[in-house]
Design a protein around this ligand. Structure first.
Ligand SMILES: [Zn+2]
Length: 120
């Protein structure tokens, strides 16, 4: 992989990490004890009628699943950044071959090459 591309991908990862953290911070708090773990803030369900309560619980459920997918993406991004720092970036975790550049440009945190990603 050439240096220019690596630099671009590193910047993309930085930006993505910042954006993901910002999004998570808007409705969740980072767990101080477990690195990379986030908890959606509890919605105050006191003093509301049953219907509203149900709505809020549903909303909370949605937040939880959003929180979960953002957290997973953040983990992948962080992992990719660590790999980049360690010089092992862009290698497929399954077959050990280099991940295609076009794939990395769309998804810089990719852990698998196009072929392996299709098989899984
Ligand atoms: Zn592969």
């Amino acid at each position: 992989m050439n240096k220019e591309l690596k630099k671009t991908l590193a910047q993309t990862l930085e930006k993505e990490k910042a954006a993901l953290e910002k999004e998570l911070e808007s409705f969740a708090t980072e767990d101080k004890n477990i690195k990379g773990n986030w908890d959606a803030k509890r919605i105050n369900t006191e003093d509301t009628d049953m219907e509203e309560k149900a709505d809020e619980l549903e909303e909370y459920d949605n937040l939880l699943s959003l929180e979960h997918s953002l957290e997973l993406r953040l983990k992948d991004v962080t992992l990719a950044m660590e790999k980049m720092a360690g010089g092992k970036y862009g290698v497929c975790e399954k077959c050990g071959k280099e991940i295609e550049q076009k794939r990395l440009m769309v998804c810089p945190e990719a852990k698998l090459c196009i072929k392996c990603n299709e098989i899984k």
